[in-house]
Design a protein around this ligand. Structure first.
Ligand code: ASN
Ligand code: ZN
Length: 322
């Protein structure tokens, strides 16, 4: 009988871009591959239309446009934190594209994740300079994508404040990782460098001291609480998602600084697993999230460990648990 023709196996493509690192170890050649980001930066040319014109991808030269390069480099640094510290490749954990748009809108005073891409305004030049100036802002927006891919946290009330807090935590960790900084050396600020000199303030938010990042004639005072007794009940800002995020932000700061060393190693590891582990309902509140971080610390480091004690003390310190 004639052999049946076999269909050629479908051609397989590597799902991710990779860096190949060669080194020599005791005379042996070591070849290591690590995933590399696939960044695509577009320019909205001051219109509020997305995605805008594609201006820089991985194989393109450095742009003449600073905002383009800041977005490109910032996404690269965020990708490296997620890969080096947590073994995650990109927003989707599968090496997917990192899409961003710069020069969104005319003097637009914000940056956001729209469910598909990161979007950065240039700021009005009076209060804000460009939002790509700050690595923690770029990593904040990318982390909204990670949260969404991990099942999401509904963007209002406490779950929304947790969503915001995770974006800030991994924003701060990205800056610390890029600078090789330990918890004790870090600024714990989000958005340093995006205010103009006219503003009395160093940054948008502080994880170390929520409520103190700025105190300005125009902006007023940063209204973030750092303890449940000061929880703000409001209709504004989706129920205060950027306000009450100060409480879980401070909890993370307390845990990370109690443990010391690089914040991503242990505190960040626990928070990363809580964020991406799939156990949080989208409606999770602070108590649910605290319980999840305690369960993960116990699973990863054991009952009675320094890590479990630090996590418990952190949440007690902000009044989420007793
Ligand atoms: N900058 C804000 C954020 O990413 C934008 C917003 O509230 N949608 O949280
Ligand atoms: Zn946010």
């Amino acid at each position: 009988a004639a052999a049946r023709a076999t269909l050629a196996a479908p051609r397989r493509y590597l799902p991710v871009r990779a860096n190949i690192d060669l080194s020599v170890d005791g005379g042996a050649l070591v070849v290591e591959a690590s995933p590399a980001p696939d960044r695509v930066i577009s320019d909205a040319q001051t219109r509020e239309e997305l995605p805008g014109v594609r201006v820089r991808g991985e194989d393109d030269p450095v742009s003449t446009d600073t905002a383009v390069n800041q977005a490109f480099d910032g996404l690269g640094a965020t990708f490296r934190l997620y890969w080096d510290a947590f073994g995650r490749s990109s927003i989707d954990a599968a090496g997917g594209t990192l899409p961003a748009t710069v020069h969104y809108g005319d003097r637009y005073d914000n940056a956001f994740w729209n469910g598909e891409r990161m979007v950065f305004g240039d700021g009005d030049g009076e209060v804000f300079t460009g939002f790509t100036q700050s690595l923690s802002v770029i990593a904040h927006e990318l982390t909204h994508g990670v949260v969404e891919y991990s099942g999401g946290l509904a963007y209002s009330g406490q779950s929304g404040a947790l969503n915001e807090s995770l974006a800030d935590v991994f924003g701060a960790l990205t800056e610390q990782h890029a600078a090789g900084q330990e918890a004790a050396q870090a600024t714990w600020l989000i958005g340093e460098g995006i205010f103009t000199d006219a503003v009395q303030g160093t940054a948008l938010r502080s994880l170390r001291a929520p409520g103190t990042a700025y105190d300005d004639d125009v902006l007023g005072r940063d209204p973030q609480p750092a303890h449940m007794r000061d929880f703000v009940v409001t209709e504004a800002d989706n129920g205060g998602v950027h306000i009450n995020s100060g409480i879980p932000n401070k909890a993370f700061f307390l845990v990370a600084t109690a443990l010391g060393g690089y914040a991503w190693d242990r505190a960040g590891h626990i928070w990363y697993l809580a964020m991406t582990g799939g156990s949080l309902p989208p409606s999770a509140d602070f108590v649910t999230f605290a319980a999840e971080t305690l369960a993960i610390a116990t699973q990863e480091y054991g009952e009675g460990s320094e890590e479990v004690d630090a996590v418990r003390a952190g949440w007690i310190g902000v009044g989420v648990i007793e």
